[in-house]
Write a protein that binds this ligand. Structure first.
Ligand code: ATP
Ligand code: MG
Length: 85
């Protein structure tokens, strides 16, 4: 089995007292189309902003094709093939 194209492990992100993401794991296989569902305020946009480098997570890591990736800006994300609309 190939490594996931994108993997997020243990992503945690707080805004003050609000824990927007708590130890979130997400994996996307090559060619997979994934819907991320959750109620208002569940943390979907925060998670995608972390993936796109808009927010630095408080904890957790991102792997691209099995390799740890350092995504600290939208430029890093775009260079890794990650876009956001
Ligand atoms: N920049 C921010 N500063 C402070 N709190 C924030 C910020 N961004 C998000 N939050 C808070 O983090 C939590 C998660 O918000 P987020 O926008 O990620 O949820 P969402 O799942 O995208 O919600 P929606 O379905 O409304 O788009 C909410 O409680 C929100 O108020
Ligand atoms: Mg949102």
């Amino acid at each position: 089995m190939p490594a996931p194209l994108i993997e997020m492990r243990g992503i945690t992100k707080s805004f003050g007292a609000v824990k927007a993401n708590e130890a979130v794991d997400l994996s996307v296989a090559p060619g997979e189309i994934l819907g991320l569902l959750g109620e208002n305020g569940a943390g979907k946009t925060t998670l995608m902003n972390v993936l796109f480098g808009a927010y630095a997570p408080d904890a957790g890591e991102i792997l691209i094709q099995g390799r740890p990736a350092r995504i600290t800006s939208s430029a890093d994300a775009l260079a890794a093939g990650i876009g956001m609309v």
